[in-house]
Write a new protein. Structure first.
Length: 312
């Protein structure tokens, strides 16, 4: 496969992952009567069951290739990229709203790209600067829109902001570490690694169930539980199984500096879904942010072209 084709396929996988991951911002709004622990436990129990079912035919051959180091990596990557991240994200959406949460999560590309720019094979920071500035411009537009008309953060919004910052740090750490694990584990496919992460996260979710019942002891009727189960299963299949598989595939096709840019699509799609949910059109600032997102990715691709050509 040529470098150009690898880049195109990687970007397509990144867009698909962003579109599916953007759905996770809607679920806390659709199931606001359930807390972060319930939503995380429900989503990842379903994810773990689906992942175990899909991996069952290859279980013996797959786990036989894993060392103790790999199992430890699966455990803490599952915490950073799934369990802890989603608990914090749900709290951020329910306390501070989708727009504010999207703003903070939108900083992930900046953090990941800055880390990736330190690698020897990466383009120089100067060549990545236009892409980073455009990405920052998108985040500023989203943040300005989110803050408009308010007198500052109240207690709940400030708590939501802290949750969002925690989610940002958790997922940025996961993105860097997971990309490096995939580069090291050439004997395990990206899809199987995603399923193994799902199983590890499912085990963590099982431990969350008693905590959720103890710390979030609200009564729910049958209709609420039905909606909860449908949302948990749907988001597990679409965002966790399919979305994660697309992301891992992309991580093997693109360098780490480009991987960071792809997460911008999650922010973009989260905003689009919010517009549909709120039954409104985007404002001028929101439209400008979308343009910045697209321009950021295009400029990042351009920064990598000479390096790809030199390799060919």
């Amino acid at each position: 496969m040529t470098d150009a084709r690898k880049s195109a396929l990687g970007v397509a996988c990144g867009i698909g992952a962003g579109a599916l991951w953007g759905l996770v911002f809607l679920v806390p709004a659709l199931a606001r009567d359930f807390g972060p622990l319930h939503l995380a436990a429900g989503r990842y129990l379903a994810y773990g069951l689906i992942a175990a079912t899909l991996l069952a035919p290859r279980w013996a051959s797959t786990v036989g290739r894993l060392a103790r180091r790999d199992w430890l990596a699966l455990t803490w990557l599952s915490v950073l990229g799934n369990t802890l991240y989603y608990i914090l994200l749900v709290g951020a959406v329910q306390l501070g709203g989708i727009a504010m949460t999207s703003l903070v999560i939108g900083f992930i590309p900046v953090l990941v790209t800055m880390v990736g720019s330190r690698e020897a094979a990466a383009p120089s920071f100067a060549r990545l600067a236009p892409s980073l500035l455009l990405g920052a411009g998108a985040v500023v537009c989203i943040g300005w829109q989110a803050a408009g008309g308010t007198g500052g953060f109240d207690t709940m919004r400030f708590a939501g902001l802290l949750c969002a910052v925690g989610a940002l740090v958790s997922w940025a750490t996961f993105a860097v570490a997971n990309s490096r694990c995939l580069a090291r584990l050439e004997h395990v496919s990206a899809h199987d690694w995603s399923l193994l992460l799902g199983i590890a996260t499912g085990l963590q979710a099982a431990a969350l169930v008693p905590l959720a019942l103890l710390l979030e002891p609200q009564a729910h009727d049958a209709a609420a539980w039905t909606r909860f189960l449908a949302l948990s299963g749907g988001i597990a299949l679409l965002s966790s199984v399919v979305g994660n598989a697309l992301w891992n595939r992309m991580s093997r096709l693109l360098p780490l500096t480009m991987v960071g840019q792809m997460i911008l699509f999650e922010t973009l799609f989260a905003l689009l879904y919010a517009f549909v949910w709120e039954a409104r059109l985007p404002t001028v600032l929101e439209m400008l942010a979308m343009v910045f997102v697209i321009a950021s990715v295009v400029s990042c691709l351009a920064a990598h072209k000479p390096r790809a050509a030199a390799q060919g």
